[in-house]
Structure formats: structure tokens, C-alpha cells
Design a protein around this ligand. Structure first.
Ligand code: ATP
Ligand code: MG
Length: 392
């Protein structure tokens, strides 16, 4: 029996003239992700991708697991390839569905006939196959409203397919279809989730991280690198920029009023991020901020941070509660890594009483009392980049 993976598009199906570009990107993203599992042929027709392994021993379940994390997909499933002939469909379904039907109590059959030349109409296929399966597995009963197993028969261009599972895809748009943006990635819970959310909208992510040795440890950086690696399951390859931030933080501490430390630090982070982002072809910055979460995330504070930004800043978590963010972090498997207890540069020199409603004029005056430009240039020059890709 030949088995393949059927992948159904989500939003891409609604794209007009650009649809091909989106399909190409999705196909490329899928191929790249499953390449290490073996050789596959990918063809497409009627808003569906057919992923056929060249070798029967390929681990299709692992391929399905990986593809289920790729953006741009509404649903996917493993399916058995049949001749467009009812007796072949019936015989193959006995064998292909044997395990799942043996353990189920109720089922129903649905049919989709996109090839209208097929001699049986959909209701007839359902009746005939339903009857045959009932005879073969007499413990089953039909439940059209709430069946344990839905057997689907699809009559398409070259073949018919049967399957009994429909896995929800990750939704969104293929990564890369919306251009590239720079994610400010800390070791915390929020920013990996923010990156995942923008990748879902087709944004290719690069990541930037600020370290302040000796105040922050190597392990803190390793933790962020580990987060990057985890994100590649969803985001594909990620260029990771690591910025030495110690001198800038010390300069803030030595030259600015304590209550403004955090805001000025965030303004410098943004300044550095947008320079590196522009060089890398990014069109926007992404942060994990959420209104009111901490003093530097009040609307006034965000306004002061934004004032230095020359490119759009996306904050996909802006209206979310921490519990909602944590739910996603668990789902995408970044939560445990994010909660490892290593110090981030944000917690170095934190003011006892940060200004929650800072005035831009005050912040600018405080920041202008020292010439940060040479240190900014030096930090950008000494930034190190490495690329993360799928670890499997
Ligand atoms: P997170 O959970 O993402 O760390 P947070 O709630 O701890 O967020 P802050 O520490 O105020 O909030 O940081 C706000 C945002 O600034 C982060 O979501 C991230 O985008 C960025 N950021 C903070 N620290 C760093 C860092 N060391 N390197 C890169 N970006 C950072
Ligand atoms: Mg943080």
C-alpha cells in the first residue's frame, strides 16, 4: 500500500494572482523541513500539496509532526493512495483502516469527488463504503453526528485517497512571504512567543540578543540560543546577532538619572537593533512587550522607546495577558527553556523606582547629557552573528 501526506492550504487558497508565489514558498519550506527524513516528491493541485515519499521506509509520522508546525497550512493527513476504482478503494480501506476501526465503536464515511467524471456520486460512495466497512467490522455502528472516526474518501485528478485523520495545521502564511523582521529576543517567556506569532503571519525572523558580561553569564546566552533553535521548527533558519552591551549599560549607570535607566537602555537597544536590522534587510522590529506588564511597558514608556525607532515596531503580545502568553509558550515548547533561572541584561542595574510615566523631553535631555554614539558604533561592530537551523 502506498501512503502519502496530503497538505491543504489555509489563507493561501484565497490569494489571487500571487497564489503561485505563496505556494512555491510553502513547498520550499516543507521540503527543507523534511529533507533529513528522506527523498520526497511534492506535487500540487486544487489547493492541496501531495507529498510522496520515494522510499517506503520513510518515517511519515515524523514528517507529519514536522509539517504540522509549518505556517500556511490549514490541515494535513496521511492518506492511502488508491486506483480510481471503487473495489480498489474498498479493498485498500479494509487494510489501511483496520487498526483504527478495530479500536473504534462508531464511524462515518464522507466523500469528496473533485473529479466529476468518477461514476459514483459522493452519497453513493459513502453508502457503499459504509456498508462494506460495517460488514467487515461488525462491532461498529454508524454515527453521522459525532463519530469517533471519520473515514474520508477523496476522488481527485489522478487517484483516489482514503484517510481517517485530519490534523489541524498551524495556520497563517508561509514564512518568508511577508518579508523579514528583527526579533529582540531575551531569555524570557514573551519574546519567543512574539517571534512565533509574527512568523505565523509569514514574517521571516532574524533575532538580536544583548549580553552584559560579566553581569550576565554564558549560560544566559546559551539559553537564548537554545530558544532560537526551538523556534526554527516554526520559523525556519534564524540569523542570531549577539550584541555586547556591558559598556553601554555602564555608561547609562554612570551618566543618567537612575529612574530613567531602563527606558534609556531600551532606547539604545532599539537604536542598535534597527541598524543591524537595516543591514540584514529587515523591514521592522519585533518585541515581546505587553501593555502594563512592567514599568517600561506603560504606554508612556513605550512612547519614549518608540521615539527613537525609524522602522515599524511590531508588538504582537501587546493586548495579551501573561496567562495567554504562557499558554502559547507551552504549546510551542519554549516555556521550560524560558523559565531557566539565568540573569538577563535587563535585570542589571534596574532602578528601585522606575518612572512609569516618563516624559519624552526629560528622557531625551538625560540621554543627551552623554554621547552614546561611539559606544553604539562599537557595540554594532563587535556584534557576532551565527545562523541557527533545524537541529534534526
Ligand atoms: P521577555 O519575557 O520577552 O523577556 P519581559 O516581560 O521580561 O519580556 P522586558 O524585560 O521589559 O519584558 O523586555 C521587553 C522586551 O524587550 C522583550 O520582550 C524583548 O523583546 C526585549 N528584550 C529584553 N531584554 C532583551 C535582551 N537581553 N536581548 C534582546 N531583547 C531583549
Ligand atoms: Mg525579560
Amino acid at each position: 500500500m502506498k501512503e502519502i501526506i496530503l497538505v491543504k492550504y489555509g489563507e493561501i487558497a484565497l490569494k489571487g494572482l500571487n497564489k503561485n508565489t505563496f505556494e512555491d514558498m510553502l513547498t520550499k519550506n516543507i521540503k527543507r523541513r523534511i529533507k533529513s527524513l528522506g527523498k520526497f516528491v511534492c506535487t500540487r493541485a486544487q489547493s492541496t500539496l501531495y507529498i510522496t515519499p520515494e522510499d517506503d521506509s520513510t518515517d511519515l509520522q515524523e514528517a507529519v509532526n514536522r509539517i504540522s508546525k509549518i505556517f500556511g497550512i490549514a490541515a494535513l493527513c496521511r492518506a492511502c493512495v488508491c486506483e480510481k476504482d471503487f473495489s480498489d478503494i474498498r479493498e485498500k480501506s479494509y487494510e489501511y483502516l483496520s487498526e483504527i476501526l478495530t479500536y473504534a465503536k462508531t464511524f462515518k464515511v464522507t466523500a469528496k469527488r473533485s473529479d466529476k467524471a468518477f461514476p459514483m456520486k459522493s452519497p453513493e460512495i459513502c453508502m457503499e463504503l459504509g456498508g462494506a466497512l460495517l460488514e467487515k467490522f461488525p462491532h461498529l455502528t454508524v454515527d453521522v453526528k459525532n463519530p469517533e472516526v471519520t473515514v474520508t474518501v477523496e476522488i481527485r485528478d489522478t487517484n483516489a485517497y482514503i484517510h481517517a485523520e485530519n490534523i489541524k495545521g498551524a495556520g497563517g502564511l508561509p514564512v518568508g512571504s511577508s518579508g523579514k523582521a528583527m526579533l529582540l529576543l531575551s531569555g524570557g517567556i514573551d519574546s519567543p512567543v512574539a517571534g512565533w506569532m509574527m512568523a505565523k503571519r509569514g514574517v521571516h525572523i532574524a533575532a538580536i540578543h544583548y549580553v552584559s558580561p560579566p553581569y550576565t553569564s554564558d549560560r544566559a546566552q546559551l539559553k537564548v540560543e537554545q530558544l532560537c533553535e526551538k523556534l526554527t521548527d516554526y520559523c525556519g533558519g534564524i540569523a542570531f546577532y549577539c550584541v555586547p552591551f556591558t559598556e553601554l549599560q555602564e555608561a547609562i549607570k554612570d551618566n543618567c538619572p537612575e529612574e530613567f535607566f531602563t527606558i534609556i537602555m531600551r532606547r539604545l537597544m532599539m537604536e542598535i537593533a534597527q541598524r543591524i536590522a537595516a543591514d540584514d534587510g529587515c523591514l521592522a522590529l519585533i518585541t515581546g512587550e505587553s501593555v502594563g506588564q512592567v514599568a517600561s511597558q506603560t504606554m508612556a514608556a513605550i512612547g519614549c522607546t518608540d521615539a527613537v525607532c525609524r522602522m515599524p515596531v511590531f508588538r504582537p503580545l501587546i493586548g495579551m495577558d501573561k496567562t495567554e502568553i504562557i499558554e502559547i509558550a507551552r504549546k510551542i515548547d519554549t516555556f521550560e527553556t524560558s523559565t531557566l533561572p539565568y540573569e538577563d541584561c535587563c535585570t542589571v542595574f534596574t532602578p528601585k523606582h522606575p518612572k512609569v510615566r516618563p516624559l519624552l523631553a526629560d528622557i531625551e535631555k538625560a540621554q543627551n547629557s552623554f554621547d552614546f554614539e561611539p559606544l553604539i558604533k562599537k557595540a554594532v561592530e563587535n556584534t557576532e552573528m551565527k545562523v541557527f537551523n533545524f537541529s534534526r
